[in-house]
Design a protein around this ligand. Structure first.
Ligand code: SAH
Length: 220
Protein backbone atom coordinates (compact mmCIF):
# COMPACT_ATOMS: atom_id res chain seq x y z
CA UNK A 1 0.00 0.00 0.00
CA UNK A 2 1.35 3.36 -1.02
CA UNK A 3 4.73 1.93 -2.02
CA UNK A 4 5.59 3.14 -5.54
CA UNK A 5 8.58 0.77 -5.68
CA UNK A 6 6.78 -2.50 -4.89
CA UNK A 7 6.88 -3.69 -8.51
CA UNK A 8 10.54 -2.67 -8.97
CA UNK A 9 11.37 -4.65 -5.84
CA UNK A 10 9.54 -7.77 -7.03
CA UNK A 11 11.37 -7.51 -10.37
CA UNK A 12 14.69 -7.25 -8.52
CA UNK A 13 13.85 -10.46 -6.63
CA UNK A 14 12.81 -12.29 -9.81
CA UNK A 15 15.55 -11.18 -12.19
CA UNK A 16 18.58 -10.41 -10.04
CA UNK A 17 18.17 -12.97 -7.26
CA UNK A 18 16.00 -15.98 -8.22
CA UNK A 19 17.53 -16.25 -11.72
CA UNK A 20 20.97 -16.41 -10.15
CA UNK A 21 21.71 -18.63 -7.19
CA UNK A 22 19.42 -17.20 -4.51
CA UNK A 23 16.87 -19.87 -3.55
CA UNK A 24 16.48 -19.61 0.25
CA UNK A 25 12.82 -18.53 0.65
CA UNK A 26 13.58 -16.59 3.85
CA UNK A 27 16.28 -14.56 2.08
CA UNK A 28 13.94 -13.82 -0.86
CA UNK A 29 11.17 -12.80 1.55
CA UNK A 30 13.52 -10.39 3.36
CA UNK A 31 14.35 -8.72 0.01
CA UNK A 32 10.62 -8.33 -0.76
CA UNK A 33 10.10 -6.59 2.57
CA UNK A 34 12.99 -4.13 2.91
CA UNK A 35 12.40 -0.82 1.03
CA UNK A 36 15.85 -0.44 -0.56
CA UNK A 37 14.95 3.02 -1.93
CA UNK A 38 14.90 4.34 1.65
CA UNK A 39 18.61 3.47 2.03
CA UNK A 40 19.92 5.44 -0.96
CA UNK A 41 20.32 9.23 -1.34
CA UNK A 42 17.07 10.85 -2.45
CA UNK A 43 18.35 11.81 -5.93
CA UNK A 44 19.17 8.12 -6.64
CA UNK A 45 15.85 6.60 -5.56
CA UNK A 46 14.79 5.77 -9.11
CA UNK A 47 17.92 3.60 -9.41
CA UNK A 48 17.56 1.93 -6.03
CA UNK A 49 16.50 -1.44 -7.51
CA UNK A 50 19.10 -1.51 -10.30
CA UNK A 51 21.56 -4.40 -10.55
CA UNK A 52 24.60 -2.71 -8.98
CA UNK A 53 26.04 -0.72 -6.07
CA UNK A 54 25.23 2.98 -5.60
CA UNK A 55 27.14 5.80 -3.89
CA UNK A 56 25.95 6.73 -0.38
CA UNK A 57 28.48 9.51 0.37
CA UNK A 58 31.87 9.54 2.14
CA UNK A 59 33.28 7.56 -0.83
CA UNK A 60 31.24 4.50 0.19
CA UNK A 61 28.52 2.45 -1.48
CA UNK A 62 25.37 0.46 -0.80
CA UNK A 63 26.24 -3.01 -2.12
CA UNK A 64 24.64 -4.60 -5.19
CA UNK A 65 21.41 -6.44 -4.17
CA UNK A 66 22.76 -9.78 -5.41
CA UNK A 67 25.94 -9.46 -3.27
CA UNK A 68 23.88 -8.67 -0.17
CA UNK A 69 21.72 -11.71 -0.97
CA UNK A 70 24.56 -14.17 -1.55
CA UNK A 71 26.30 -13.09 1.66
CA UNK A 72 23.06 -13.52 3.60
CA UNK A 73 22.37 -16.92 2.03
CA UNK A 74 25.81 -18.42 2.64
CA UNK A 75 25.76 -17.15 6.24
CA UNK A 76 22.87 -19.64 6.84
CA UNK A 77 21.08 -17.39 9.30
CA UNK A 78 18.34 -18.84 11.49
CA UNK A 79 16.04 -16.86 13.82
CA UNK A 80 17.73 -15.80 17.02
CA UNK A 81 21.27 -16.08 15.59
CA UNK A 82 23.70 -13.48 16.86
CA UNK A 83 25.21 -11.68 13.87
CA UNK A 84 28.07 -9.23 13.60
CA UNK A 85 28.18 -7.03 10.49
CA UNK A 86 31.33 -5.04 9.70
CA UNK A 87 30.57 -2.04 7.48
CA UNK A 88 27.05 -0.75 8.25
CA UNK A 89 27.18 1.70 5.33
CA UNK A 90 23.58 2.56 4.43
CA UNK A 91 22.11 0.01 6.88
CA UNK A 92 20.46 -1.98 4.04
CA UNK A 93 22.23 -5.28 4.77
CA UNK A 94 21.49 -4.66 8.47
CA UNK A 95 17.75 -4.42 7.72
CA UNK A 96 17.88 -7.65 5.67
CA UNK A 97 19.53 -9.43 8.62
CA UNK A 98 16.90 -8.04 11.00
CA UNK A 99 14.18 -9.36 8.68
CA UNK A 100 15.78 -12.80 9.09
CA UNK A 101 14.96 -12.41 12.82
CA UNK A 102 18.58 -12.29 13.82
CA UNK A 103 20.06 -10.30 16.69
CA UNK A 104 22.27 -7.85 14.85
CA UNK A 105 25.41 -5.99 15.94
CA UNK A 106 26.82 -3.69 13.27
CA UNK A 107 29.98 -1.57 13.17
CA UNK A 108 30.78 1.33 10.83
CA UNK A 109 34.07 3.19 10.65
CA UNK A 110 32.66 6.51 9.38
CA UNK A 111 30.61 8.11 12.21
CA UNK A 112 28.32 10.12 9.86
CA UNK A 113 27.32 6.94 7.99
CA UNK A 114 26.73 5.07 11.25
CA UNK A 115 24.44 7.85 12.51
CA UNK A 116 22.58 8.14 9.22
CA UNK A 117 22.05 4.37 9.01
CA UNK A 118 20.67 4.26 12.55
CA UNK A 119 18.31 7.11 11.70
CA UNK A 120 17.04 5.29 8.59
CA UNK A 121 16.61 2.01 10.47
CA UNK A 122 14.67 3.70 13.28
CA UNK A 123 12.43 5.55 10.83
CA UNK A 124 11.54 2.22 9.21
CA UNK A 125 10.87 0.64 12.61
CA UNK A 126 13.98 -1.54 12.75
CA UNK A 127 14.60 -0.57 16.34
CA UNK A 128 16.14 -3.79 17.71
CA UNK A 129 19.66 -3.16 16.45
CA UNK A 130 23.03 -2.50 18.05
CA UNK A 131 25.21 0.00 16.19
CA UNK A 132 28.69 1.25 16.88
CA UNK A 133 31.02 3.70 15.11
CA UNK A 134 34.46 2.09 15.39
CA UNK A 135 37.09 0.02 13.63
CA UNK A 136 35.27 -3.24 12.93
CA UNK A 137 38.42 -5.26 12.19
CA UNK A 138 38.70 -5.64 15.97
CA UNK A 139 35.20 -7.14 16.13
CA UNK A 140 32.91 -6.56 19.14
CA UNK A 141 34.56 -8.57 21.87
CA UNK A 142 32.06 -7.97 24.69
CA UNK A 143 29.24 -9.44 22.61
CA UNK A 144 31.12 -12.43 21.15
CA UNK A 145 30.77 -15.22 20.20
CA UNK A 146 28.72 -14.72 17.02
CA UNK A 147 26.91 -17.33 14.91
CA UNK A 148 27.81 -15.39 11.78
CA UNK A 149 30.08 -12.48 10.92
CA UNK A 150 29.54 -10.62 7.63
CA UNK A 151 32.27 -8.31 6.43
CA UNK A 152 30.89 -5.99 3.74
CA UNK A 153 34.24 -4.45 2.73
CA UNK A 154 37.25 -6.04 1.01
CA UNK A 155 40.18 -7.10 3.23
CA UNK A 156 43.83 -7.91 2.48
CA UNK A 157 43.57 -10.88 4.89
CA UNK A 158 41.17 -12.31 7.45
CA UNK A 159 41.29 -10.18 10.63
CA UNK A 160 42.35 -12.51 13.46
CA UNK A 161 39.95 -11.00 16.05
CA UNK A 162 36.99 -11.96 13.85
CA UNK A 163 38.07 -15.63 13.79
CA UNK A 164 38.43 -15.54 17.58
CA UNK A 165 34.92 -14.12 17.97
CA UNK A 166 33.24 -16.80 15.85
CA UNK A 167 31.18 -19.45 17.70
CA UNK A 168 31.88 -23.15 17.08
CA UNK A 169 29.73 -23.90 14.03
CA UNK A 170 29.78 -20.20 13.14
CA UNK A 171 30.27 -18.75 9.64
CA UNK A 172 32.46 -15.82 8.61
CA UNK A 173 31.74 -14.33 5.19
CA UNK A 174 34.43 -11.99 3.88
CA UNK A 175 35.64 -10.60 0.54
CA UNK A 176 39.42 -11.00 0.28
CA UNK A 177 41.70 -9.27 -2.20
CA UNK A 178 43.43 -11.61 -4.63
CA UNK A 179 45.69 -10.08 -7.27
CA UNK A 180 43.53 -7.49 -8.99
CA UNK A 181 40.11 -8.62 -7.85
CA UNK A 182 38.26 -9.86 -4.78
CA UNK A 183 36.87 -13.27 -3.93
CA UNK A 184 34.16 -14.01 -1.37
CA UNK A 185 35.31 -16.54 1.25
CA UNK A 186 33.22 -18.50 3.73
CA UNK A 187 35.09 -19.66 6.83
CA UNK A 188 33.45 -22.19 9.16
CA UNK A 189 34.64 -22.75 12.69
CA UNK A 190 34.58 -26.42 13.73
CA UNK A 191 35.61 -28.16 16.96
CA UNK A 192 39.00 -28.76 15.31
CA UNK A 193 39.66 -25.39 13.73
CA UNK A 194 38.64 -23.42 10.63
CA UNK A 195 37.50 -24.57 7.17
CA UNK A 196 37.87 -22.05 4.36
CA UNK A 197 35.75 -22.22 1.21
CA UNK A 198 36.28 -20.10 -1.88
CA UNK A 199 33.16 -18.45 -3.32
CA UNK A 200 32.59 -16.12 -6.21
CA UNK A 201 34.34 -13.01 -7.44
CA UNK A 202 33.07 -9.71 -6.07
CA UNK A 203 33.85 -6.00 -5.73
CA UNK A 204 33.65 -4.15 -2.43
CA UNK A 205 35.07 -0.91 -1.07
CA UNK A 206 38.17 -1.50 1.10
CA UNK A 207 38.11 -2.56 4.76
CA UNK A 208 40.29 0.04 6.45
CA UNK A 209 42.03 -0.13 9.82
CA UNK A 210 44.22 -2.34 11.98
CA UNK A 211 43.87 -5.93 10.60
CA UNK A 212 42.55 -4.42 7.34
CA UNK A 213 44.16 -1.99 4.87
CA UNK A 214 46.33 0.48 6.76
CA UNK A 215 45.09 3.26 4.49
CA UNK A 216 42.55 3.50 1.68
CA UNK A 217 44.29 1.68 -1.24
CA UNK A 218 42.19 3.73 -3.69
CA UNK A 219 44.02 6.93 -2.69
CA UNK A 220 47.56 7.25 -4.05
N1 SAH B 1 26.54 -3.21 4.14
C1 SAH B 1 26.63 -1.92 3.52
C2 SAH B 1 27.82 -1.86 2.61
C3 SAH B 1 28.56 -0.60 2.81
S1 SAH B 1 30.11 -0.48 1.99
C4 SAH B 1 25.36 -1.56 2.80
O1 SAH B 1 24.59 -2.46 2.45
O2 SAH B 1 25.11 -0.37 2.58
C5 SAH B 1 31.23 -0.93 3.27
C6 SAH B 1 31.28 -0.05 4.48
O3 SAH B 1 32.37 -0.53 5.28
C7 SAH B 1 31.60 1.42 4.21
O4 SAH B 1 30.56 2.21 4.73
C8 SAH B 1 32.92 1.68 4.96
O5 SAH B 1 33.00 2.94 5.56
C9 SAH B 1 32.91 0.56 5.99
N2 SAH B 1 34.22 0.19 6.56
C10 SAH B 1 35.43 0.14 5.95
N3 SAH B 1 36.38 -0.27 6.84
C11 SAH B 1 35.75 -0.49 8.01
C12 SAH B 1 36.18 -0.94 9.29
N4 SAH B 1 37.46 -1.24 9.56
N5 SAH B 1 35.25 -1.06 10.28
C13 SAH B 1 33.94 -0.75 10.04
N6 SAH B 1 33.48 -0.33 8.86
C14 SAH B 1 34.36 -0.21 7.84
Amino acid sequence: MGDPFRIDRERMVEHQLKKRSIHDPRVLQAFRRVPRHEFVPENLRQQAYADGPLPIGEGQTISQPYMVAIMTQVAEITPGNRILEIGTGSGYQTAILLEMAAEVYTIERVPQLSEQALETLRRLNYTEVHTRAANGTLGWEEEAPFDAILVTAGAPQIPRPLLDQLAIGGRLVIPLDEDYSQVLYIVRRTEEGFEKERGERCTFVPLIGEHGWKKDPRIH
